[in-house]
Ligand binder design. Structure first.
Ligand code: SF4
Ligand code: FES
Length: 278
């Protein structure tokens, strides 16, 4: 290969040279493809390494990247590994990096990409690759297990207002796609998984901490184990969230304020002494 990109193998399993017509193109031609086809450059490989392989896919109106991946599986590469479930942007399974941007493949319409240029589809960078587009996201579930669950105050009663519902519902919209974790530079660039829980779990903790009848205090966890102090205000996570959760403004900043009040504000410390709460 001279261009660093492989072309899909032909029916006999032989990789076609870039100079010759790629087998994927021939396969697409057999399925009635034309100049409006899309070329997807899909990562093929595993934890040991891999490379992008180009596939030409006939485009139908309304087609999304996940449809194109399914077409490739059906016609050219049945062993192409991809995780998906709902194809409705609700299960959070089909997260990947499309043209270098974290995205749900089932929400990425082909018509939104520049025509005539290959669309790169790669696994999320922040998590270890298992195979092709599938990554190992189990670290997230380990973090989740460390978070103190909902703990209602004994005998607590609350007259619910609409704004209480709205606030809780925003955090509950999370589909655990982990795109916010993927884009977060603390995890993605600095690889501080051992010190930092990531935006997804600040959203979860915010939902618990701001619940009107929850009585647990998670501020020590936020400071010492979740690494809230490593966060800064880049808002990349908020920009990528497919559920439009205001991760930065509504979850992380209020949690930061709680931690500051709890550990660093002398007036609040005095107040807690007066009311007999440490
Ligand atoms: S907060 Fe948004 S981006 Fe992060 S996991 Fe939940 S839905 Fe995905
Ligand atoms: S397949 Fe469920 S979110 Fe994409």
């Amino acid at each position: 290969m001279t261009d660093g990109v492989q072309r899909a193998p032909d029916a006999a399993g032989t990789a076609a040279a870039p100079a010759a017509q790629p087998a994927a193109v021939q396969a697409a031609a057999a399925h009635g493809s034309h100049a409006g086809d899309a070329v997807l450059s899909v990562f093929r490989g595993d934890a040991k390494g891999g490379a992008e392989v180009e596939y030409r896919v006939p485009v139908e109106p309304g087609m999304v990247v996940l449809d194109a991946i399914h077409w490739i599986q059906a016609h050219q590469a049945p062993d192409l590994a991809v995780r998906w479930n709902c194809k409705a942007a609700k299960c959070g399974s089909c997260s990947a990096e499309v043209n270098g941007k974290p995205a749900l493949m089932c929400k990425s319409r082909l018509e939104h990409f520049p025509p005539g240029k290959p669309i790169s589809v790669r696994p999320m960078k922040t998590f270890p690759v298992i195979r092709d587009l599938v990554t190992d996201v189990s670290w997230n579930y380990e973090i989740n297990r460390k978070i103190r669950p909902f703990a209602p105050r004994p005998g607590a009663e609350w007259r619910w207002q609409q704004h209480d519902i709205d606030r809780a519902q925003e955090f509950r919209k999370c589909i655990e796609c982990f795109l916010c974790q993927d884009v977060c530079h603390v995890l993605r660039t600095h690889e501080l998984k051992h010190q930092f829980a990531g935006p997804r779990f600040f959203v979860r903790i915010a939902g618990l901490e701001m619940h009107p009848i929850d009585g647990a205090d998670r501020s020590e966890f936020l400071r010492d184990q979740a690494g809230l102090g490593l966060w800064n205000i880049t808002k990349c996570c908020t920009e990528e969230c497919p559920e439009q959760i205001h991760i930065t403004d509504n979850a992380i900043i209020p949690l930061k304020e709680r931690v500051v009040d709890r550990f660093y504000d002398p007036v609040m410390k005095l107040w807690r002494m007066v009311i007999g709460r440490e």
